[in-house]
Design a protein around this ligand. Sequence first.
Ligand code: NAD
Length: 361
Amino acid sequence: MAPAPVLVEAARLDAFVAAIFRAIGCDDAEASRISTHLLGANLAGHDSHGVARVPRYVEWCEAGYVVRGQKAEIVTDGGCFALVDGHFGFGQTVAPQAVDLGIARAQQHGISVVGLRNAGHIGRVGDYAETAIRAGLISVHFVNVAGSVLVAPFGATDRRFSTAPFSVGVPLPGRPLVLDFATSLVAEGKVMVAANGGKPLPHDALIEPDGRLSSDPRTLYGDYAPVGPRDPSKGAGAIRAFGEHKGSGLAFMCEMLAGALTGGGTSGPVDKRARIANGMLSFYVSPKHFGTEAEFHATGRTYVDWVIAANPAKAGEPVLAPGDKEAATRADRLANGVPLQPDTWESILQVARRLGVPQPG
Ligand code: NAD
């Protein structure tokens, strides 16, 4: 049985994580952006993309893999489209800059397309869809992880794709929809969470080189100590793409659009690189400019209500719209604290102790 989680109040966790990033030289604003984003993933229930990432982010920054205080540079500017380079800055710094640009341009032109390349890990992609929703915009985000090859395509045992997430945000007033998932059957962070004693993986999440399906994190990481790094280059197997040939096809397109088109690179052999980085191609649409905003809101709202009123397949498990689960988890965790696996918490405390950051009381 998994050990009982440690419960930490959201505001205390936010302040503690920000202090860790200040201790490695981030300015106040960047440290807060990183901690608030990571905490936001925990609040949404995506612990794989939450504060469990702190040790790895610190390690990356100390190794010069990810660079503090970067400003995304506009490489191409076509008005309603743009390409920006994150110069390996923290994803939580350069991705919001790219998103803010896309929002501003869509508010001007009605639609915009913004490519981001060479971003440090941008975390939970739904966060960016939520930013666009707050600005009243629909957004679609194709993301890849250049240089990170973890996922076997449909019909294969070899790794070819990154976990390439995809997200769509729809701004229905009072009822936003946020679709946000990795195109791998599970996000890599979920394998990490399972390896840290958290939620076990589905039985078919991973695949061994001989084609056997597996739920053992060692398929991805090889042997590992209870507390310490998890290195996906050490395992012989792969994560499987979700949704059979269809999910595998979506992963393929994330590599094409977020990796090849942006120039940030794919998970592929021609893109062997010293640094792993996120790429993202985002589309923004303003319903107001389309002239159909009122119908969109009314029809969209009626449709959502109709869909979720479908008879549940399992009694007591209501049908949900994209984003509902995260909204419910957020409300619960804000009220009751953020549960962290003891191994995850200990890994963060170890980093804090090394950096001289006091543990929250
Ligand atoms: P997941 O499998 O939990 O799927 C989440 C999506 O499914 C959400 O849109 C959610 O609202 C919806 N959903 C969940 N349960 C539902 C239900 N019962 N009915 C209807 N809809 C439901 O997510 P995941 O694949 O584990 O991804 C986790 C996170 O990892 C995402 O935030 C993603 O952006 C992030 N990620 C980031 C990177 C990166 O490189 N930055 C890479 C991979 C994943």
